[in-house]
Design a protein around this ligand. Sequence first.
Ligand code: SAM
Length: 287
Amino acid sequence: MSEQPMDGWFTEVFDQQGSAIALRVTEKLLDVTSPYQHLEVFETETHGRLMVLDGCVMLTDRDNFLYHEMMSHPVLFTHAAPKRVVIIGGGDCGTLREVLKHPGVEKVTQIDIDEEVTRAAERFFPTLVERNDDPRAELLFEDGVKWVDNCPDESIDVMIIDSTDPVGPAEGLFKTDFLARCHRILAPGGVMVQQSESPLYHTGTIIRELRRDMRAAGFDSVATLPFPQPTYPSGWWSCTLAGKGCDTATFRSNDADSADLALEYYSSALHQGALVLPPFMRRQLVE
Ligand code: SAM
């Protein structure tokens, strides 16, 4: 939910939590309503450009590296040798850019329901789309749920669900039967990752249910990695990995150490640390 209580500020209000995030904006650069959602782009005073979907912050120039690196490198270094990667959502192309940094990846297919998001990224966020011409990248614009339905069994190594919150077009991406279909298209040893909302606000609800649903869908290993994300609700976010015959508690740490991927946040030590759940999360998720 979003309101504009202060002139010259973009404010996203998290009503249920009685909190909000506000950024001082200097100009509105885009305001379009697609068949799926309301898309806005602002110039801010201190965070570069800001993309907003249905009143919710998607990214800012200043802090999107945290989310995009954590949505891509942990899952890619957890898989033994990822070659075929799928991104569902992710239309701003920030996650795609990170995946394409891995030289062993042979093909990345990104499926976002809304082409307007990618067109806006091309116009206003040039660094996010800087690898889109890579011949390994394929960009499709359709419903990710339908695409997964038509994908052959055991044909994918890594799936990244880089979606909006579990309401509106993204609702189906958080359902057990969708996770079961992801399990079906992953090859043995495959791994998926889903953005899983705020550890502070959603551990006992969305995160716990997602982990339960991942196990119910057939995944034999799950791991939730928290990370900072200052412009999202509570300033703290998470991604949850699920492995199909692949242990999400371990990863190719030597490869992560030696890879020269020009990163700002992710490192193998950080990945190791993120695998340690804080006690309050552990109590709600594991014990
Ligand atoms: N980092 C963001 C966050 O957590 O708030 C997510 C960014 S990305 C822009 C989210 C994308 O998911 C949007 O571009 C939206 O169009 C896409 N999306 C939502 N539902 C979808 C679906 N069913 N199939 C494919 N893409 C979907």
